[in-house]
Write a protein that binds this ligand. Sequence first.
Ligand code: URA
Ligand code: URA
Length: 201
Amino acid sequence: MLNNSEVSSRQHDDQASKLNDLMNTALGCSQCNLRSSCSQVVFGEGNPRARLMLVGEAPGGDEDRLGRPFVGRAGQLLDRILKAVNIEREESYITNVVKCRPSANRLPFQSEVDSCRPYLVKQIEYINPGIVVCLGALATRTLIDRKASITRIRGQWYKKDNRRVIATFHPAALLRDPGKKMPVWEDFKQVRDYYNNDRGG
Ligand code: URA
Ligand code: URA
């Protein structure tokens, strides 16, 4: 017989190993044409048991080069935002809707989003976060509502499969338009408050 903590630790191992298998599948994926023009698949990174998951759009040039999500200018801004609300990047899990960089940073086509979406859905299932933050319009339309306008629905909590999901502007949008700073800050304060409750702190 396993005691509770052994059962719990095996479930966690199982979660992490499923996530690892999924990553290996994604690394070999050629469901859409993006893989032939990018240099590597950027699957996502962070805590496989994260309570908070952040979902962006697609890798940019820096991410494509380094194989990690949100490490360029937008990523550095995201790091500052997380720091401001006292959340360690490493305790969260960060990924994108599309795992391969679209050339010249164009928006992914819907067909590319459709091909890649199952990876994101499985990542959410295996990691099982209590909170998902959609960074920008693509994540918002992919995870909350296909027809959603981010300007209209940002900052509101949605419930999906027993998780709290919230949309805010993409850090890259914030770099272009400082007017988005206040709303993003308001949204992340809500995330912080819910996250602190969720982790019982
Ligand atoms: N923009 C995104 O949407 N994702 C990244 O990983 C980097 C920039
Ligand atoms: N922290 C800030 O100081 N500004 C923002 O826009 C977000 C987080």
